[in-house]
Design a protein around this ligand. Structure first.
Ligand code: T1G
Length: 698
């Protein structure tokens, strides 16, 4: 990444515009050019004030992440930023787009900040396992107070212009001409030397506000180091000379850059963007999609309708029966109401979404749609019949999609006249909230249809991972092994609460048994019973869940499941634990001690082994695709980068050893993946399979 800084003069004001597409990251070339331009402007007797702005769709989005972990090159950003603050001539910064990280810090060093109406600003470093390293932790508290600064730094959230103005993060919100108004503001300062923020003490916080914010940050850290370090750094702003605190900030930044957590989060940052690069769609043309049809308005259909309404599409929802349609309409309306109550959409947004929604019982109403997604009950015959009917109604170039989680999509395609326009769009529940989508690539789908799926997903603000066809696709197939491994451990002496605690310590928001209780055990039970006749008798199977369901212990909604629930609290259930113990004894296995690390290692090996099989079968294209699915769809801790990245950082030899033990003990389905053997034997890792460049994106 090179980049340059353009200088123009406007009366007594020098306008410096940073230009480094795509996001104006502060590469070495930018740092140097900005430093030179500042020095020239300061030395120029014709110039009284300086405006720093940027060209393109955004102000500076921060440091260049791809440079992190390498030796920093001069000039360093802290030096350039100090130069901004120390300028004898007033400096105004004009923020547009997203001013993030170093881009926010340049603004904090400037003497005035003006912001476009639709701009956002923030310090998102924590999301990369880092903290601001160029004065942000010291200047921001001086500007907005300690609690607000800690909030922004520890969560990494962006604030819009209205909030920035309210908390004092910017001085002015511009009308239509950001740069023009920035120049006027610079001129109004009359060339006078401006006070430096670094010399000002932070405002005294309200009693208790700081402690409350610290408690919140600690509670939300869940294994992450950076938010905890933010507490100390921000506190220094009140008690330590600026220069000394700045040295500690820099030191912390460099330490964090070298940390495993930051490496994992940076891997994920690029992985989330690389999943858009998909082989085989070079030159493909995505069909423009405006009108979307959804058949089936259950929980999933309603959530998907909401996702499309939120992104500006015209949505037609179909249910065949009036009563079901009314129920579906209520579901969507309640999602809309909730969004309005929560302040996510205003009254106009609500009305406008309602106006874009059509509800009907006749499939023929879908004729003008560019894309139709079926979300009806998971029944093959029902879906095949529906898809056939849809195909006869839609225009030949329209795209047809299924939201099935488990059924065989190739078999659905077999019945179609135009299988090349058919694919799977697997949303996760609640569909308007969950970021992940799996795009299921059938054998005969065209590149154009696939590109359309990817483009729509992106437009919905989703992270879409392309997967091949198999039962459960990438995510649910790995989840099945993960859950099975957890149930096996029940037969070996571990209790549900111990396994949950171990996995929560690993970083999952909720352990697997607690999650099952939350979702309800009954749905899985129905599926278990359906599969019972065809289950491979050689497969290790743990029937404890049947014992719970037979007693009506269906989970949280029934007041008991793997746990008991009283007054919203989850407690261990001695009856369940007795069932577990009795069953374990009946298997004749000798109970073994299972410390948390052993539980975690077994679960990880089971996931990684299945991931390696998915790669070997070509279902998942790259390890990074698997990492993104597990982090964004299944609560795998982002700071571990996903299971495949975590396997690399533990070393494949260790993971392979555990996978072999799993295979020996657990048998069918847990055979060691040849790819895992191969990589470990040749001293390679999963990252070596994450090629980045040759693929294209729509
Ligand atoms: N460095 C390098 N590449 C970056 C980048 C960055 N900071 N930000 C984005 N890209 C690439 C990205 O990989 C993609 O590439 C393309 O730009 C478009 O991004 C000391 C030093 C700005 C809101 O954490 O949040 O400052 O895939 O697809 O949806 O404190 O990018 O096209 O090849 O995401 O419009 C702190 C991270 C750095 C900001 C734009 N900054 N970026 O979103 O496009 S730490 C961040 C974002 C720091 C100091 C330290 C988003 C965005 P490709 P995109 P977008």
């Amino acid at each position: 990444m090179a980049g340059q800084v353009h200088r123009t003069t406007h009366g007594p004001v020098a306008l410096l515009e940073i230009d480094n597409p795509p996001v104006n990251a502060t590469s070495q070339a930018i740092r140097r050019a900005l430093q030179d331009a500042l020095m020239r402007a300061e030395a120029d007797p014709e110039i009284e004030a300086i405006v720093i702005a940027a060209r393109g769709k955004t102000f500076v989005a921060g440091g260049d992440i791809s440079e992190f972990g390498r030796k920093p090159l001069e000039p360093h950003l802290p030096d350039v930023i100090n130069r901004v603050e120390e300028s004898a001539k007033p400096v105004v910064v004009a923020w547009h787009g997203t001013a993030l990280g170093g881009g926010c810090e340049i603004g904090l060093a400037a003497h005035r900040r003006i912001m476009a109406r639709d701009a956002r600003v923030g310090l998102p470093e924590v999301k990369l396992g880092l903290l601001p390293g160029t004065g942000g932790t010291q200047r921001l508290p001086r500007l907005v107070g300690l609690p607000a600064a800690l909030d922004l730094i520890a969560t990494g959230r962006m604030v819009d212009a209205r909030e920035a103005l309210a908390i004092g993060l910017c001085d002015l919100v511009a009308g239509d001409d950001l740069v023009g108004e920035a120049i006027a503001l610079a001129m109004s300062l009359g060339g006078k030397l401006q006070p430096r923020l670094s010399l000002r003490p932070p405002p005294a916080p309200d009693a208790g506000a700081w402690e409350a914010m610290v408690a919140r940050v600690r509670a939300q850290a869940r294994g992450r180091i950076a938010p905890l370090k933010a507490i100390d750094l921000v506190a220094h702003a009140a008690g330590m000379p600026f220069a000394q605190a700045l040295r500690i900030e820099r030191q912390t930044f460099l330490e964090l850059t070298a940390s495993e957590q930051s490496k994992a989060l940076r891997h994920l940052f690029f992985a989330e963007r690389d999943v858009r690069r998909v082989a085989g769609i070079e030159g493909a043309r995505a069909l423009p999609v405006r009108a979307v049809g959804i058949v089936g308005a259950g929980t999933m259909g309603a959530g998907i309708a909401m996702a499309f309404l939120d992104s500006g599409y015209a949505v037609t929802v179909i249910e065949r029966e009036e009563a079901a349609l009314r129920a579906g309409a209520e579901r969507i309306e309640s999602l809309l109401q909730r969004a309005a109550k929560g302040g996510r959409i205003d009254a106009a947004g609500l009305a406008e979404r309602r106006a874009r929604l059509t509800l009907a019982t006749e499939l023929a109403r879908l004729a003008p749609c560019d894309l139709v997604i079926e979300c009806v009950f998971e029944d093959m015959a029902l879906k095949q019949e529906l898809l056939g009917a849809l195909e006869s109604i839609l225009r030949p170039e329209a795209i047809l999609a299924t939201n099935t989680s488990y059924l065989d999509i190739e078999a659905m395609a077999d019945g179609l006249a135009r299988p090349q326009r058919f694919l799977g769009l697997h949303f996760f529940s609640p569909a308007h909230v969950m970021k992940l989508m799996e795009i299921v690539r059938t054998r005969r789908v065209s590149a154009d249809a696939l590109a359309t799926g990817l483009a729509v997903a992106r437009d919905l603000g989703k992270i879409a991972v392309t997967t091949g066809v198999c039962e459960g696709f990438i995510g649910n197939r790995i989840l099945a092994r993960f859950r099975a491994e957890c149930e096996f451990m029940l037969e070996e002496g571990a209790m549900p609460a111990e396994i949950d605690a171990a996995m929560e310590a690993f970083g999952l928001a909720m352990g697997p048994f607690a999650v099952q209780d939350l979702a309800g055990l009954d749905i899985a039970w129905v599926r278990r019973k359906r599969h019972a006749a065809t289950r491979d008798p050689a497969e290790r199977d743990v029937p404890i869940v049947d014992r719970l369901c037979e007693r009506g212990w269906f989970g949280q909604k029934a007041g008991r499941g793997w746990y008991r629930y009283a007054e919203g609290k989850r407690v261990r259930d001695p009856d369940v634990e007795a069932l577990v113990r009795d069953h374990a004894a009946s298997t004749g296995r000798r109970p073994v001690p299972l410390p948390a690390e052993a539980i975690q290692a077994r679960v990880l090996a089971a996931m990684v082994n299945e991931g390696a099989k998915l790669l070997g079968e070509g279902i998942a294209a790259r390890p990074l695709d698997i990492d993104v699915v597990l982090v964004h769809g299944y609560g795998f801790p982002a700071w571990r980068g996903g299971p495949m990245h975590e396997a690399d950082s533990r070393g494949l030899a260790a993971v392979l050893a555990t996978a072999r033990e799993n295979a020996r003990r657990d048998g069918r389905g847990f055979e060691v993946a040849p790819l895992l053997e191969e990589l470990a034997a040749s001293g390679r890792n999963f990252a070596s399979l994450n090629q980045r460049e040759p693929m294209s994106q729509p």
